[in-house]
Design a binder for this molecule. Structure first.
Ligand code: NAP
Length: 248
């Protein structure tokens, strides 16, 4: 019987799927995938190893839906959760386009972006803390982005996405201060994957040199190594795909 579990939230994300694939290949832990949508046909490896993989499907990321998933986790899981990856993030969709100028800013788009990129991860921090607090070290990764760094903002643009990731970073830093007092086993990491070839970056890849456009598999490998190496120092870290610190 395995003694550790990994949780991937927003598991339909291309990077999330690559993390899952790698964990399954290494057979190193039980895996729990949480998503609004599972593309079973794309992921035959999940079926082949289905005894190690639990899928929890949510209808949305409203607090009540997250509560239901948490109660399922609390029932099903005996082994400690030692890794959590919250992959959720929206840059564009059928109604959202990242702003180039002030005139592009739209109130409803901003609310939608903040909701998926800041509120959803924050709810997972809040609602998972009681079940991951304990003796086993747990590394909790929240997908951020370098554009969420206030000190690094030289280009401007992308108001809503930038603000949502900057707000997420503040949630992560603030939570880490509280967890250092009451849940010392949890290490929070705000992670920048680099520009990665996924649906999220697709419309913006034109000017990205080939060497700077990463595959999801590469980012997943980097991230799993970073999680392995990063010490549990009771502080939040803001790290890029090389494990290098980013200035908040
Ligand atoms: N790709 C890049 O170049 C890049 C660069 C910097 C940062 N990032 C960040 O890395 C993370 C993963 O991105 P990806 O490239 O793998 O993206 P992706 O393949 O487009 O995945 C989208 C993710 O967002 C979630 N999502 C979509 N709509 C949502 C909503 N309305 N509310 C809550 N969650 C929603 C999906 O969850 P479900 O599984 O429930 O559908 C899924 O986890 C994101 O946080 C992104 O901001 C990506």
């Amino acid at each position: 019987m395995r003694t550790e579990q990994t949780l991937i939230i927003g598991a339909s994300s291309d990077i999330g799927k690559a993390i899952a694939k790698q964990i399954i290949a290494e057979d190193s832990a039980n895996l729990i995938l949480i998503s609004r949508s599972f593309a079973d046909d794309d992921q035959p490896e999940y079926k082949a190893n289905s005894s190690n993989v639990t899928k929890i499907k949510l209808k949305d990321y409203q607090p009540q839906s997250i509560d239901q998933a948490i109660s399922q986790l609390s029932q099903d899981n005996q082994a400690p959760i030692t890794q959590v990856f919250v992959c959720n993030g929206v840059l564009h969709n059928s109604t959202i386009t990242p702003e180039k100028r002030l005139e592009d800013f739209n109130a409803q788009s901003f609310i939608d972006v903040i909701s998926s990129n800041t509120l959803t991860p924050m709810l997972w921090i809040q609602k998972l803390t009681p079940i991951i607090t304990g003796k086993s070290p747990c590394t909790f990764v929240l997908f951020s982005a370098r554009v969420g760094s206030i000190s690094d903002n030289r280009l401007g643009g992308w108001y809503s996405y930038r603000a949502s990731k900057a707000a997420l970073n503040m949630m992560v830093k603030t939570a880490a201060i509280e967890l250092a007092r009451r849940a010392k086993n949890i290490k929070l990491i705000a992670f920048h994957p680099g520009t990665t070839d996924t649906p999220l970056s697709k419309p913006f890849q034109k000017n990205v040199p080939e060497s700077k456009l990463f595959s999801a598999a590469f980012v997943a490998k980097q991230l799993l190594e970073i999680v392995e190496k990063t010490p549990h120092d009771k502080m939040a870290s803001y790290l890029d795909w090389q494990g290098e610190k980013i200035n908040w």
